[in-house]
Ligand binder design. Structure first.
Ligand code: PLP
Length: 384
């Protein structure tokens, strides 16, 4: 029998059967009532998931397309921008902003550490005339397994006029996030992580201040012009042909999240994060993230001496069917990552840890089988 695969990467994540089946529905007229109904349901569901009263724009794109749309719509060439970089995805914000002519100043943090709200407050206090037009933040830095203290960062920037633009691709729906209550202007996410849908849709919530800036922003745009999408909302359509099957999937996935409850989904991810960290630590492995900011959607594990990340991940996949992610950029050889976001439950964590123990053992790394699983079970049991 072929090995059953367990996808434990931080996106794309496993997609529930219900959502997969929804995608198999026949095509409908995207300018007709059948799609308009889907549009209405998705619009309501997205606002609930985002906890926002503002518009949420849906784009046919990967998360990176959503980030680029944010830069194109809310910044102008020559704008001064401050970026809080905690890893590869923070660097991506910088690259996109620079590609469109922004002058980006970077506050960079050591791998595994979180961005520092007092440092942001100090930097913005040095800009009394409001030269800095936007602050680019990554809520959950997927490359290092760190969740930045977004509420505190937003509070640190509250008295400055800069737009707060947030990459929430690997957090929204899994980790507490309140765009309106925290004063976030643009929040970007994608369909393939906490939303439990296939990749291919990007989302942006935009505050009234964001739309004001968009009206004055001078970057050239056509397909990515979000004001066109916004105007079209009243017609219950998208300006260009939507990815209809993905909208079907999204409607089903949003219904599932509503059935679970958003706070329950946050709680489930918190449990998955705690179980994973406890299990990995019990095996004597070190985590990359500062424990105070460890992510509940992805855990970055430091490679033990004398073991290669590639060999461990290969063993996990080939022998035990557990698919994990490697490190990115400068962390390629020093870590591997276990994703626990989306359609994942505590049993998946136990199975992954059991496989990790076996893979470590078969590569000659000393472990007592069952130790990691037991630590995670204890966390699950205590959670009740
Ligand atoms: N931002 C973060 C935090 C991510 O984790 C990812 C993908 O993993 C992206 C952006 C990019 O998303 P995509 O690969 O869909 O372009």
């Amino acid at each position: 029998m072929p090995t059953k695969e367990l996808l434990m990467i931080p996106g794309p994540t496993p997609v529930p059967d219900r959502v997969l089946r929804a995608m198999a529905a026949p095509m409908v007229n995207h300018r007709g009532e059948a799609f308009a109904k889907v549009f209405d349901e998705v619009t309501v569901g997205l606002k609930k998931l985002y906890l926002t009263d503002h518009e949420v724009i849906v784009l046919p794109a990967a998360g990176t397309g959503g980030l680029e749309a944010a830069v194109v719509n809310f910044l102008s060439p020559g704008d001064r921008v401050l970026a809080l970089v905690t890893g590869v995805f923070g660097e991506r914000w910088v690259k996109i902003a620079r590609a469109y002519g922004a002058e980006v100043e970077v506050i960079e943090t050591t791998s595994g550490q979180a961005a520092d709200p007092p440092e942001l407050a100090r930097r913005l206090a040095n800009d009394p005339s409001g030269e800095i037009k936007a602050v680019l933040i990554t809520h959950n830095e997927t490359s290092t397994g760190v969740t930045n203290p977004l509420e505190e960062l937003a509070a640190a920037a509250a008295s400055h006029p800069a737009l707060l633009m947030v990459d929430a691709v690997s957090s929204l729906g899994a980790i507490p996030l309140r765009p309106d209550a925290w004063g976030l202007d643009v929040v970007v996410t994608g369909s393939q992580k906490a939303m439990m849908a296939p990749p291919g849709l990007a989302f942006l919530s935009v505050s009234p201040k964001g739309w004001e800036r968009a009206a004055a922003a001078t970057n050239p745009k056509f397909y990515w012009d979000l004001t066109t999408y916004r105007k079209q909302i009243a017609t219950r359509q998208t300006p260009y042909t939507p990815a209809v099957s993905l909208w079907f999937a999204l409607r089903e996935a949003l219904a599932m999240i509503e059935e679970e409850g958003l706070e329950a989904a946050w709680g489930r991810h918190a449990l998955l994060g705690r179980m994973t960290r406890a299990g990995v630590r019990a095996l004597g492995l070190d985590l990359l993230a500062d424990p105070d900011y460890a992510s509940d959607t992805v855990t970055a594990v430091q490679m033990p001496a004398k073991l290669e990340a590639k060999a461990l991940r290969g063993e996990l996949r080939k022998k035990y069917g557990v698919v994990t992610a490697g490190g990115q950029g400068k962390l390629t050889d020093s870590i591997f990552r276990l994703g626990h976001v989306g359609w994942v439950d505590p049993k998946d964590i136990l199975q992954s840890l059991a496989a990790l123990e076996l893979a470590l053992d078969s590569l000659g790394h000393s472990v007592v089988l069952g130790t990691g699983v037991a630590a995670a079970q204890t966390v699950w049991k205590e959670a009740g």
